[in-house]
Write a protein that binds this ligand. Structure first.
Ligand code: ADP
Ligand code: ADP
Length: 227
């Protein structure tokens, strides 16, 4: 039932000509299957580092990290990640961008095309399937990037301030949409945000990191009944 297990995690960045940076110190927490956990804390406390270690794209210095029952030594196929800024391929349409994870994993395209179209409609991008990224606003591109991270239904979804670039109103409506998508899919989600209200609104538990080096200051159970 423990889908993410982080035990005694330390991360020190070492550059040749500068002092080492201690980014994370003795971080321990678990996430159950289907749980939605937010990570909050001041800038520089290691939130992005923690997410990238879970994604297998940054190495750890000490400790153990297990996702979906496996030791993380590189990117796992059951993990999807949304980055802070959109990274769509400019020569592919919106729908073709969203379908990239399906193609890479050689999944059944017609089945997932339907899912891709449904996700795009949920984030207000119906009618834009055949457009190219440069024809969309930054916020719309970011929403397409969120659909791309969700299309192959990854068991674990990692999101690094996915709404950072959106205005307050779009941000709020995205939260509602995201909550709906998440409830429907039963995904396990780790969500990094600066916004405490957003964390409380979206998630089951909040992991609060202290300033650098990030340590767990508190883990808060939201414990709300979901409508
Ligand atoms: P947050 O996401 O909470 O803002 P980060 O994980 O981005 O924090 O950064 C944590 C600390 O690690 C910061 O002091 C940052 O400067 C440092 N850091 C992040 N990435 C690197 C890197 N590639 N090399 C050296 N230091 C880094
Ligand atoms: P966002 O908040 O997503 O960055 P904008 O404030 O730029 O979006 O645009 C608000 C709305 O205007 C969008 O949700 C979309 O409906 C419409 N819009 C923006 N840019 C375009 C475009 N290039 N083509 C068609 N509609 C657009």
């Amino acid at each position: 039932d423990r889908w993410i297990e982080v035990t005694g995690l330390h991360k020190t960045y070492r550059a040749r000509r500068s002092e080492p940076t201690h980014a994370l110190s003795d971080v321990t927490f678990t996430v159950r299957r289907g749980e939605f956990v937010s990570v909050v804390g001041p800038s520089g406390c290691g939130k992005t580092t923690l997410l990238k270690i879970l994604a297998g794209i940054v190495s750890r210095s000490q400790g153990t990290v297990r996702v979906a029952g496996r030791d993380v030594t590189g990117p796992l196929p059951e993990v999807g990640m949304v980055f802070q800024t959109p990274t769509l391929l400019p020569w592919r349409t919106v729908l073709q961008n969203v379908m990239v994870p399906v193609e890479v994993r050689k999944l059944d395209a017609p089945v997932y095309r339907e899912r891709a179209e449904r996700l795009l409609a949920m984030v207000g991008l119906d009618g834009f399937e055949g457009r190219y990224p440069h024809e969309l606003s930054g916020g719309m591109q970011q929403r397409a990037g969120i659909c791309r991270a969700l299309v192959h239904d990854p068991a674990v979804l990692l999101m690094d301030e996915p709404f950072g670039a959106l205005d307050a109103l779009t941000r709020e409506s995205m939260n509602v949409e995201l909550l709906r998508i998440w409830r429907e899919s039963g995904q396990t989600v780790v969500f990094v945000t600066h916004s405490i209200p957003e964390a409380v609104f979206l998630c089951d538990r909040v992991v609060v990191l202290s300033p650098r080096p990030g340590r767990i200051a508190e883990i808060v159970d939201i414990g709300l009944e979901r409508p």
